[in-house]
Design a binder for this molecule. Structure first.
Ligand SMILES: [Zn+2]
Length: 107
């Protein structure tokens, strides 16, 4: 199985767990899901409303932390859900602010 070294913690993670995180301006880093969620969490802030775009759905809820597996804990409608790596939008807005949000658009 292809493994990629996470630029956050240095752990070698399976490629499907690795997410390109960053922006066109600052460049991208390849992070394992744990580091990715940590980064996203730090950026969003605990107990803030965040929006998470997943492959099949979008969730808006309150960010409650990171679990032992490095998953993001989102509370929505009184239910806590553990979110694997996804595209996290901040502030609960749907802003199409012109920034490139695609995680894997490059080749
Ligand atoms: Zn990592």
């Amino acid at each position: 199985m292809l493994k990629i070294k996470c630029e956050g913690c240095g752990r070698r993670a399976p490629s499907f767990e690795v997410v390109d995180y960053g922006s066109m301006d600052t460049g991208y880093k390849q992070l394992c899901r744990r580091c990715f969620n940590m980064k996203a969490a730090t950026a969003a802030g605990l107990d803030e409303t965040i929006r998470v775009n997943l492959a099949r759905e979008s969730l808006t809820g309150i960010f409650r932390g990171i679990d032992d597996e490095g998953r993001l804990i989102l509370e929505a409608g009184g239910t806590k859900r553990c979110i694997e790596a996804g595209d996290v939008w901040l502030g609960g807005s749907t802003s199409e602010s012109g920034s490139e949000g695609e995680a894997d658009a490059r080749d």
